[in-house]
Design a protein around this ligand. Structure first.
Ligand code: FBP
Length: 551
């Protein structure tokens, strides 16, 4: 297959590992752990995997030999740059422990385990994918592993292939499922270990022991490059406002990181919107203030970053969506109506006073979208809602009214963008290349040491790779109880943007200056793989600020 010069160069890159992996590794166990909340409930649900200690690896003179084993690996959920390197790190780690070790990949995500679709990952295959973006080596999928019948099917195929451990590379939900699977197999003494690896561009799988999910670094760098390019265009043409929606299903980490990297004129953070109990109109008013002020200084252009999950964080919208979910769940009466107008009137008549007002205020297209698209659980698919277009429409309407009153004298022309898929399979940055390889390598040692119910953990990430600290964290430690589809379930606690955290505080301190000045833009440029370390190896601004470093 023909390859680009960069692909060829990257294929021969040897990822960096924590120094501890240079020689023999000893395993050190800390004190017993607890879940982040709801300790009694989590302990009762995970009697075999609760309370296990945190593990750190240290160097030792003593060499150990390990019997040959087979391991299975699964890529779960949305793509994130670096997934192939978790697999190559796992492969190399296993082969170093015992050259006869085997690695199988389950195809198309967790369903591969249940449906017994797999392939052996040999050196030839793994070599083709080293340091590349994408999940195409074995594919990914969103099947949830949560039913006993699925676990049993998994056990059958593991027994057939002699698989002693499964590595699940996924986000918070997939790792929650990994923990349930680990508990199930341990409880029945199935002899199958389960190890998780923290993946998601959204950056919301992180805590004290998991400093970052992989893929966040690369994806944010790709989006920031694009935002920077747009800002340079905006500053050159001086005639457009660019409304840019950024992926991140729930938390606004991606949007905040991109703002720190590119310094846009406006950036909305969903978590702040929720905390301040803002309405959609409040958000529009905030945007209007900046646009009018810039127009007064002759600046009829700018950039606005909008997090994908915004709608669900606006408290009044959240209540409206909940009402619509109840109202429209298998509602034959509603479904029998034929015109949009009839449907709109029907919905309006059934909503509470508060939600009726919110619904009536929405642009018609968005209001319709809220009553149309339902996922298999009957929920609105908020990611399909084009918030950036909705905001443009609402802002344009208000500006026209202000113009008629003589308050606004500028010109408003807007362009919308949505960045998500552009970054999810990018060639991993040096950071993600090394981090992912280290996560995979770490997983191989946790397996060899007979651990289960652990997540591979590599910490101290703002230092150079040789100083990274590798080990394992019990997944139960990250769990709490949350209401999901009407039932309380044990899940890994999602990390939202903390308004008292250093990244948000930095943003909040600088946003007025970024809003008003026309020269505050930063142009990050494309990811660099070769060159000076300060250009190629910088971790995210979020990570640097969280660890008390300067940006
Ligand atoms: P994961 O949480 O599985 O990593 O996926 C995150 C994400 O990229 C979100 O940012 C986005 O909303 C969603 O996946 C899109 O899903 P899909 O790939 O199904 O279109």
């Amino acid at each position: 297959m023909k390859k680009s010069p960069l692909q060829i160069a990257r294929a021969s890159y040897q990822p960096k590992l924590p120094a501890v992996f240079k020689g023999n590794v000893a395993l050190n166990e800390g004190a017993a752990t607890q879940s982040v909340a709801d300790q009694d409930e989590i302990k009762a649900l995970f009697p075999n995997t609760y309370g296990m200690p945190i593990i750190n690896f240290t160097a030792t003179e003593t060499a150990k030999s390990y019997p040959a084993i087979a391991v299975g690996v699964i890529l779960s959920g949305g793509q994130a740059p670096g997934g192939h390197n978790v697999i190559s790190g796992l492969f190399d780690g296993l082969k170093k422990l015992n050259p006869n070790n085997k690695l199988y990949g389950f195809l198309g995500g967790p369903s591969g385990l249940v449906e017994h679709k797999y392939m052996e990952l040999t050196a030839d295959i793994v070599d083709e994918y080293r340091n590349t973006g994408g999940f195409d080596i074995i594919g990914s999928g969103r099947t949830k592993l949560e039913e006993v019948a699925q676990f049993e099917e998994g056990e059958k195929i593991c027994k057939k292939l002699g698989i002693k451990a499964i590595v699940i590379i996924g986000g918070d939900d997939s790792n929650t499922n990994a923990c349930v699977l680990a508990e199930y197999y341990k409880n029945k003494n199935a002899g199958i270990q389960v190890i998780g690896c923290p993946k998601t561009i959204d950056g919301d799988l992180k805590n004290e022991m998991i400093e970052a999910s992989f893929g966040f670094d690369t994806a944010c760098k790709v989006y920031s490059e694009l935002i920077g390019n747009i800002q340079r265009d905006a500053n050159s043409a001086k005639k457009y406002w660019h409304f840019i929606r950024l992926m991140g299903r729930s938390a606004s980490h991606i949007t905040l990181e991109c703002a720190l990297q590119s310094q846009p004129n406006i950036c909305i953070i969903s978590e702040e919107v929720e905390a301040k109990n803002m309405t959609l109109n409040d958000i529009v008013d905030e945007i209007i203030k900046v646009i009018v002020n810039r127009a007064n200084h002759g600046l009829n252009f700018g950039t606005i970053l909008i997090p994908e999950g915004l709608i669900e964080f606006i408290p009044a919208m959240k209540r409206l969506i909940a009402e619509l979910n109840d109202l429209l769940a298998s509602n034959g009466e509603f479904n029998s109506l034929t015109t949009d107008d009839e449907k709109r009137q029907y919905v309006k008549a059934k909503l509470t006073e508060e939600s009726r007002l919110v619904y009536s205020d929405l642009p018609k297209g968005i209001a319709k979208q809220l009553t149309l698209d339902r996922d298999p659980h009957g929920n609105v698919q908020v990611s399909l809602i084009e918030t950036e277009k909705m905001l443009i429409e609402m802002v344009a309407k208000k500006l026209a009214a202000l113009k008629a009153q003589g308050i606004y004298k500028g010109k408003f022309a807007a362009i919308h963008h949505f960045f998500g898929y552009e970054g999810r399979c990018a060639a991993p940055s040096n950071f993600d290349t090394d981090y992912c390889y280290s996560l995979g390598y770490t997983a191989s040692i946790l397996i060899a040491e007979n651990k289960t119910g652990y997540m591979s953990s590599v910490r101290n990430l703002t230092e150079s790779a040789d100083q990274w600290i590798a080990g394992g964290v019990p997944i139960t430690m990250m769990m709490n109880m949350e209401r999901r589809h009407g039932e309380m379930k044990p899940v890994i606690q999602k990390a939202l943007v903390r308004l008292d955290g250093a990244p948000f505080k930095y943003f909040a301190t600088h946003r007025v200056e970024w809003a008003n000045e026309d020269t505050s833009y930063i142009y990050p440029g494309p990811i660099q793989y070769y060159g000076p370390s300060e250009v190629c190896d910088q971790p995210t601004h979020t990570l640097l600020l969280e660890q008390g470093k300067m940006i």
